[in-house]
Design a protein around this ligand. Structure first.
Ligand SMILES: C[S@@+](CC[C@H](N)C(=O)[O-])C[C@H]1O[C@@H](n2cnc3c(N)ncnc32)[C@H](O)[C@@H]1O
Length: 241
């Protein structure tokens, strides 16, 4: 009896590294599979048709941009909390905003509301000139570190007020605002290039807002598309204190 137990113990000890190795190998491949299904069922099944956007969404590891306890839900069809009362947007909304921004290689893009850094990483798959501003220092620092760790060295992160834009780097080919404002911040309109695209949720926090895609034509913002959405507020720094 004792010998049988001993043999069993030895077998388990010998097999343990193999079992652990298999489990470890399965985790990334299951995330990759969840991501593939997300692209197919949440993006292609709706109206995301730009192959470059689909490829970017299929590549960026969203599970690395959410708190570890939420990683199993990273590819579900919903926004998720990222701490500090903020959220990472639903994958479909990230893809739609990216598609509406029509980012081409070499374009200069500004994102307002870095949050986790996920939208910035998706943009960085499309151009190597991405600038992103976050009001909350803790989120900005965490996003910057995460983006570097994942190899997105081309993304520049700034702690600051997105209402002001990034005048030193303007003008931009595209500007994406990932928090809702009562109206288009005037500085952002100024910092958009002629022909540039501005994608922004407009409306009151806590109510249904309109995600609007504008294009700058003859110096004026021309509305081209809109969709009802719910976003966290674009905070005026004075209100944050
Ligand atoms: C919906 S979250 C952004 C999600 C983010 N794009 C991502 O991919 O994880 C909105 C972000 O806007 C930030 N924010 C709010 N007001 C801001 C402001 N005035 N300037 C810059 N960022 C601001 C919030 O702190 C929050 O992180």
């Amino acid at each position: 009896m004792k010998i049988k137990l001993l043999v069993l113990l030895v077998i388990v000890m010998l097999l343990a590294p193999l079992i652990l190795w298999r489990l470890k190998a399965q985790v990334p491949s299951s995330f990759a599979e969840s991501r593939r299904r997300m692209v197919q069922n949440q993006l292609q099944a709706r109206d995301i048709t730009d192959p470059r956007v689909l490829a970017a969404m299929g590549k960026v590891p969203r599970h690395r941009f959410v708190p570890a306890y939420l990683a199993p839900m990273a590819y579900s069809d919903q926004a998720l909390p990222i701490g500090q009362g903020q959220t990472i947007s639903q994958p479909y909304i990230v893809a739609l905003m990216t598609q509406w921004a029509e980012v081409r290689p070499g374009d200069k893009v500004l994102e307002v509301g870095t949050g986790s850094g996920y939208q910035a990483a998706v943009l960085a798959e499309l151009t190597d000139r991405v600038f992103t501003i976050e009001l909350l220092p803790e989120l900005a620092r965490a996003a910057e570190a995460r983006l570097k760790e994942l190899g997105y060295h081309q993304v520049q992160v700034r702690i600051g007020d997105g209402y002001q834009g990034w005048p030193e780097e303007a003008p931009f080919d595209a500007i994406l605002v990932t928090a809702t404002a009562p109206e288009v911040p005037p500085s952002l309109a100024v910092q958009l290039k002629e022909g540039g695209r501005l994608v922004i949720p407009v409306g009151r926090p806590g109510f249904v807002q309109q995600l609007i895609r504008y294009r700058k034509v003859a110096g004026q913002l021309r509305e081209e598309a809109r969709l009802p959405v719910m976003f966290v507020p674009l905070v005026k720094p004075a209100e944050a204190k």
